[in-house]
Design a protein around this ligand. Structure first.
Ligand SMILES: NC(=O)c1ccc[n+]([C@@H]2O[C@H](COP(=O)([O-])OP(=O)(O)OC[C@H]3O[C@@H](n4cnc5c(N)ncnc54)[C@H](OP(=O)(O)O)[C@@H]3O)[C@@H](O)[C@H]2O)c1
Length: 258
């Protein structure tokens, strides 16, 4: 596997994963650690971070507690990683929050909460990463959005709007960042069985495990593609849905209300 090398130190890649204490981030930390990478995980809950790190024998996973909604702390954490472990080669901006919401429970506070974590949390991380990556003209920023960001679906407006915003954000920044030598990419998963989706009371189609999700990310990590999406069939169904004329699209999505 080819990966960026820091010629001066000839070290293994350094990956930073926000939301690394559980779910997809946790499994991804284990996959990257198995490849010999230095992995730094962040999240608010120190116990969850410790459980992720302790599950690996070689102790190559480091933990730094962080709330991504706190811009100053995000800056401090990037500084700490660079001082202690080396510059970040791969930043997986994966921290996220979710709550379903029906129209009968319309709640502006939920929109604000999810926007602060899912969207502005990623903005805070990008702002903190750019100066160092720009100086080195190297680095990848991988944003975990979602297939639900392709198009609006009933019951998930506060969440999927943040994921649509992330997709748009990455598309907007890609050309300029590439000129600086920085690759920004999207990771768009379908349904993955984690604490996040435990809140769903419907049968989730094409549901996969966090380990399967992490392997899909690892397998596509070295490709030149802007978007890593999985599982394949579900991702195509969601793509086709987003391309449909609204008359057909709403006829289909109205059925989800039943
Ligand atoms: N599961 C799915 O079906 C699915 C599908 C598409 C996309 N995704 C996305 O995948 C990402 C990972 O989710 P997951 O499914 O693995 O769920 P998860 O296990 O609940 O992971 C979410 C992680 O985000 C962290 N987090 C939440 N708020 C944070 C904050 N303010 N600051 C820092 N960390 C924070 C949580 O840790 P703390 O509580 O310790 O902070 C947690 O470890 C999310 O962005 C999610 O939207 C998930």
């Amino acid at each position: 596997m080819v990966h960026p090398r820091n010629d001066e130190q000839n070290r293994s890649p350094v990956a930073w994963i926000t939301g690394g204490g559980s779910g997809i981030g946790r499994s991804l930390a284990h996959e990257l650690s198995d490849m010999g990478w230095t992995v730094v995980i962040s999240g608010r809950n120190r116990e969850k971070l410790s459980r992720t790190a302790e599950a690996v024998d070689r102790h190559t996973i480091r933990q730094i507690a962080l709330d991504v909604t706190d811009a100053q702390s995000v800056n401090d954490v990037i500084g700490e990683i660079e001082r202690e472990y080396g510059s970040v080669d791969y930043a997986f901006l994966n921290a996220g929050d979710y709550s379903p919401m029906r129209l009968s429970d319309f709640d502006p506070e939920l929109f604000r909460r999810l926007n602060n974590v899912n969207y502005l949390g990623v903005v805070n991380c990008i702002a903190a990463l750019i100066p160092g990556m720009r100086q080195r003209a190297q680095g990848q920023i991988l944003i975990t959005a979602s297939l639900s960001g392709y198009c609006g679906l009933p019951g998930a407006a506060p969440y999927s709007a943040t994921k649509a915003a992330l997709i748009n954000l990455a598309e907007s920044l890609q050309p300029e960042l590439l000129q600086l030598g920085i690759r920004i990419r999207l990771i768009n998963p379908g349904f993955v069985a984690t604490d996040l989706t435990d809140k769903n009371d419907f049968k989730m189609p094409f549901l996969i495990t966090p380990t399967m999700a992490a392997k899909a990310i690892k397998d596509q990590l070295m490709s030149k593609r802007f978007e890593i999406r999985f599982p394949t069939i579900f991702s195509w169904i969601m793509r086709l849905l987003s391309w449909m004329p609204y008359r057909v699209y709403f006829a289909l999505t109205r059925r989800l209300l039943k």
